[in-house]
Design a protein around this ligand. Structure first.
Ligand code: DI6
Ligand code: FE
Length: 405
C-alpha cells in the first residue's frame, strides 16, 4: 500500500492546532495517496525509507506548503460588469441609491438572464481560473443573478461546470432571496413565495445547491422574509448562511444563529447579542474586507467581540460585479489585515481551516493525515507573506485532490 507521492524537505503551515504559529512543522514531509493526505509531519517521523513509502519521491526544496485556499463566499458567476456604476459611485451616488434606482444587482440580473449557459461559463471561467492560480482549490459560488427558476438553475449548473473544467471543488449556494427582480416590483412578498414554494424545492430536488443563502438588509429582504426562506431550506434538509448586518443592524447574525447557520457573512453592524448567539450556535463569521473597502464603509465588524466570544473567523473574496470586483483571495486576506486588523495567521486560518467550517466541510482546511490532498507550494520565505504581498505570482504549484492543477 505505497503512497502515490511523497514530498521531502517541506515547511508545512498545517493550520492544525499543534501549538505552533500557523501549525508550522519545519523539516517536514508530505505524502498522499488516492487524493488524500497519508502523512504530514516531521520528516524524521516518516515510518520508513522514502523510496519504500511512495511510488514517487521528490524534494520541495524547503518551500512553504499550506492547505489549498478556500474561498467560502463568492458571486463569481455573472454576465457583464458594473464599471459604469463604479463611475457613478465615484461621482457621489451610494450603493443603496443605485440599487433603489433599479441599477445594482438588478442590472446584473438582466445581463445574466440574457446570456446563454455557455456564454456565462466563458465569462465566469476565467475569473475562477485567476483565483485558482492564486491558490484556491475549493470555491463557493452563489446564484442570485438569475432570480427566476430557469436562470438560477443555469447559474448553478455553470458553477458546477467550473468545478469540472478546472478540476477544483466548487460548492454551490442558492441565493434566490438576493434582490427582487423587475417582474415582481412592488410584490416582494410574492417573490419570497416564488423562492420558497417554487424555486427552492426544484433546486433542492435537482441537487444543484449545497446550501441556501439570503440577503437580509434594508435594500433587500426583511428578517421575517429570511425566516420563511430558512424554514423552507431546513425542511428540505439544506444548511443555511446569511448576508447579515452589512449596511445596517437588522439582527441578522442572531437570526442566522437561530437556524444553526454554517456562517453569517459581512457582519459590520452586528451587535454583541448577535456575536454571543453565533458563538453558541457554532456559526462562523465570514468577513469580506474587499466589499467593505469598495463601498468605503466606515463601520468595522466587531472583531474584538468575535475573538472574545470565540467565534471562528473566515475571510472570503465576495467576488461580485458590484461591491467586490476582486480576483485574488490573497488580496482579501491582505485587507483583512490592513483594514480589519486581523493578524496574517488569522487571515490564513480564515482562508483555510475556518473557511472549510463555513462550508460545513470537515475533510479539508488543514494539512493532516486523512484530509483531502489539497495544498499549495509557495514561493515565499514566511507564511505571513501570503497576506503581506499585494498581487504577485506566489503559488508555485497548486494541488487539488492529489492532482496538480
Ligand atoms: N452582498 C454583496 O456584497 C453582494 N450581494 C450581497 O448580497 C453584492 C452583489 C452586487 O452588488 O451585485
Ligand atoms: Fe456576498
Amino acid at each position: 500500500m505505497r503512497w502515490d507521492h511523497l514530498l521531502l524537505d517541506c515547511r508545512l503551515a498545517t493550520m492544525a492546532d499543534n501549538g505552533a504559529a500557523y501549525g508550522a512543522v519545519e523539516r517536514a514531509a508530505l505524502g498522499w495517496k488516492d487524493g488524500k493526505i497519508a502523512f504530514a509531519g516531521p520528516q524524521a517521523a516518516l515510518p520508513g525509507k522514502p523510496a519504500d513509502l511512495a511510488a514517487y519521491v521528490e524534494s520541495a526544496g524547503n518551500a512553504w506548503i499550506t492547505p489549498g485556499l478556500i474561498d467560502c463566499h463568492t458571486h463569481l458567476v455573472f454576465a457583464g460588469n458594473r464599471a459604469e456604476e463604479f463611475e457613478l459611485r465615484l461621482q457621489g451616488a451610494s450603493y443603496e441609491e443605485i440599487a433603489r434606482r433599479g441599477g445594482g444587482i438588478v442590472s446584473t440580473v438582466t445581463k445574466t438572464r440574457a446570456a446563454s449557459e455557455d456564454e456565462l461559463l466563458a465569462q465566469s471561467l476565467s475569473r475562477a481560473q485567476t483565483l485558482v492560480r492564486d491558490g484556491v482549490t475549493t470555491l463557493e459560488i452563489k446564484s442570485g443573478y438569475g432570480l427566476d427558476l430557469e436562470s438560477e438553475t443555469k447559474m448553478l449548473r455553470v458553477a458546477r461546470r467550473i468545478g469540472a473544467e478546472l478540476r477544483i471543488d466548487v460548492r454551490t449556494t442558492f441565493l434566490g432571496a438576493h434582490a427582487v427582480p423587475p417582474e415582481f416590483a412592488g410584490r416582494q412578498a410574492d417573490f419570497v413565495d416564488e423562492v420558497c414554494v417554487r424555486m427552492l424545492p426544484a433546486i433542492a430536488h435537482a441537487g444543484l445547491a449545497d446550501a441556501v443563502d439570503a440577503f437580509c438588509e434594508g435594500i433587500a429582504f426583511t428578517p421575517s422574509e429570511v425566516r420563511r426562506v430558512f424554514e423552507q431550506a431546513c425542511a428540505l434538509g439544506l444548511r443555511v448562511k446569511l448576508h447579515a448586518d452589512q449596511l445596517s443592524d437588522l439582527g441578522g447574525a442572531a437570526l442566522a444563529a437561530q437556524f444553526g447557520a454554517l456562517s453569517a457573512d459581512h457582519l459590520e453592524y452586528t451587535n454583541e447579542e448577535g456575536v454571543r448567539a453565533m458563538a453558541a450556535a457554532g456559526t462562523i463569521a465570514v468577513l469580506l474586507p474587499t466589499a467593505f473597502y469598495v463601498l468605503r464603509e466606515k463601520q468595522l465588524p466587531p472583531l474584538a467581540q468575535f475573538r472574545e466570544h470565540g467565534v471562528p473567523l473566515a475571510v472570503a473574496s465576495d467576488v461580485n460585479p458590484g461591491t467586490s470586483p476582486v480576483l485574488s483571495l490573497r488580496l482579501s486576506m491582505n485587507m483583512a489585515c490592513t483594514v480589519f486588523r486581523m493578524t496574517p495567521e488569522e487571515a490564513l486560518r480564515g482562508a483555510t481551516a475556518n473557511a472549510a467550517r463555513a462550508l460545513g466541510l470537515a475533510d479539508r482546511g488543514t494539512l493532516e493525515a486523512g484530509r483531502r490532498a489539497d495544498f499549495v507550494i509557495w514561493n515565499i520565505e514566511h507564511p505571513a507573506e501570503l497576506s503581506y504581498w499585494i498581487g504577485g505570482d506566489l503559488a508555485r504549484r497548486v494541488v487539488c485532490g492529489g492532482a496538480d492543477l
